[in-house]
Write a protein that binds this ligand. Structure first.
Ligand code: NAP
Ligand code: MG
Length: 484
């Protein structure tokens, strides 16, 4: 067993106005290690009253922070990147403990998460407006980008660091102040980031972190406070719909990174080794708990049997165990409900005639584990093709033509990520353009990149995070009509 004593030295209170403090009403909640099902920390449970204190702090800090030079904000972000890299091992261990993911995944997440600080440090000083002559010739059109103002940021548990820095980085670069509410399954990483940003020189009140089990009422109270100008939410489509409605009351600017149901297309002309490698990463990174995870694998009939056999072999050899053990490749899922949901989807498919190639075990014992599973011969009406699996299960469906593959892939309300494997680049680009998704990985199993616009179409979301677009989402365009 690992020594997890270091958790005791980490912050576990609310972070408001540059200080860690317990919740006003004094409540706390436990954070559970998914590998042992034991509590590893007790965290302050923020209330609506704490949310108002956080907004007060964000408001006080707002004008001065917006007035800092872009260079100053850039240097702070760069220091945050350096600090994060210097502490990457500790942070990875923390992520692994509270989320369950394998250390190798957690290390990958820390590097990815830190890069949002570096990238947005670099973007902070590249904020361009424009000047043009009005078509009538009577005046100039001047456009500049101003910080949107106070932001409410709400993040999920599956990437406790990266989903936070993907919002904190651009909001800081743009000159906004903010209150972040992390998922209550994984609040410790966000609190560790608060400490790190404080050390990097972020002034008091600019970033406030508000763990809370009362997410509905706490977030709602902030969305109904006239000082709030922006909501950036990453989480399920179900909760996203609720928050879009709540945001309507005060016409708050929203960015929504919601659920996915990514199709993974393999054509018979693909490099089969590359396709299997890609599928393994796209399916198994984070034990399948990623919004970009390959959810439905559509494979051309001629190679489907061989593809399924190879993927099942690779998935069956993955080492399942506690995330913090060095040899582990697949950690436990986040909680019992996640395991139950995955199991239910597998049962439904098998009940309707699908065949499991490996896995297919309801795990027993301690920890929220699910065995990596490949399922072939999935009937079209299986729930697993419509819902986000969020676990280590790969359903395989056969197709015969390009048009059929595209229509199967697009037959979902989601549209976040898609994957295409083919040896024919023209086909790859043609298919990529016809897929209804915000992002496509062509002959690759990974697509997330802080320098690229990440986001979905259809019910997978609104807006983009990452790239220059991610910065613009934290600004408003100010148009000034000028005569001179
Ligand atoms: P979730 O249940 O929607 O929760 C996300 C966040 O919203 C958490 O902080 C949660 O707090 C909070 N929340 C829950 N109910 C709320 C309410 N009524 N009002 C305000 N806030 C509320 O999602 P999750 O289970 O944590 O994460 C998994 C989902 O996130 C998946 O659907 C996945 O696809 C999606 N995701 C999307 C992206 C993307 O970029 N598109 C990235 C990662 C994950 P509590 O934890 O306290 O309930
Ligand atoms: Mg949840």
């Amino acid at each position: 067993m690992q020594n997890n004593e270091f958790i005791k030295g980490l912050p576990n209170d609310l972070f408001i106005d540059g200080k860690f403090a317990p919740a006003l009403e004094g409540g706390r909640f436990d954070v559970i290690d998914p590998a042992t099902e034991e509590a590893i920390a007790s965290v302050a449970n923020g209330s609506e009253a704490d949310a108002m204190l956080a907004l007060d702090a964000a408001e006080r800090a707002s004008a001065a922070w917006a007035a800092t030079s872009p260079r100053e904000r850039a240097e702070i972000l760069r220091r945050a990147f350096d600090l994060m890299m210097a502490r990457s091992e500790d942070l990875a261990r923390l992520i692994s403990l509270e989320n369950g993911k394998a250390l190798s995944d957690a290390r990958g997440e820390v590097a990815y998460a830190a890069e949002f600080f570096r990238w947005y440090g670099e973007e902070a000083v590249r904020q361009k407006g424009s000047v043009s002559v009005a078509p009538s010739g009577t005046n100039r059109i001047l456009v500049e980008h101003q910080p949107v103002g106070i932001c409410v940021l709400v993040t999920p548990w599956n990437f406790p660091a990266a989903m936070a820095t993907r919002k904190l980085g651009p909001a800081l670069a743009a000159g906004c102040t903010m209150v972040l509410k992390p998922a209550s399954d994984t609040p410790l990483t966000a609190l560790a980031l608060a400490q790190l940003l404080d050390e990097a020189g972020v002034p008091a009140g600019v970033v406030n972190i508000l763990p809370s089990r009362r997410s509905g009422s706490v977030v709602s109270s902030m969305l109904h406070d006239p000082r709030v100008r922006k909501l950036s939410f990453t989480g399920s489509t179900e909760v996203g719909r609720i928050l879009l409605k709540e945001s309507a009351d005060q016409v708050i600017k929203t960015s929504m990174e919601l659920g996915g149901n990514a199709p993974f297309l393999v054509f018979a002309d693909a490099d089969l080794d590359a396709a299997v490698d890609g599928a393994l990463i796209a399916k198994m990174r984070n034990a399948g708990e990623a919004c970009t995870a390959a959810n439905r694998l559509y494979v051309e009939s001629a190679i489907a049997g061989e593809f399924a056999r190879r993927l099942a072999d690779r998935m069956g050899r993955l080492v399942v165990g506690p995330g913090t053990a060095e040899e582990t490749e697949v950690g436990p899922l986040i909680n019992q409900a996640a395991v139950d949901k995955v199991d239910e989807l597998v049962r439904d498919a098998v009940g309707k005639g699908a065949r499991t190639l490996n896995g297919d075990m309801r795990p027993t014992g301690t920890g929220y584990y699910y065995q990596p599973t490949v399922i072939d011969n999935i009937p079209a009406d299986a729930a697993i093709l419509q819902e986000e699996i969020f676990g280590p299960v790969a359903p395989i469906v056969r197709f015969d033509t390009e048009d059929e593959a595209i229509s199967l892939a697009n037959a979902t309300e989601f549209g976040l990520a898609a994957y295409v494997f083919t040896g024919d680049l023209a086909r790859g680009l043609r298919v990529s353009e016809r897929l209804e998704s915000g992002m496509v990985a062509l002959n690759r199993g990974v697509l997330s990149d802080p320098a690229a616009p990440f986001g979905g179409v259809k019910q997978s979301g609104i807006g983009r995070e990452g790239g220059h677009e991610g910065l613009l989402d934290y600004t408003e365009s100010k148009y000034i009509a000028v005569d001179w």
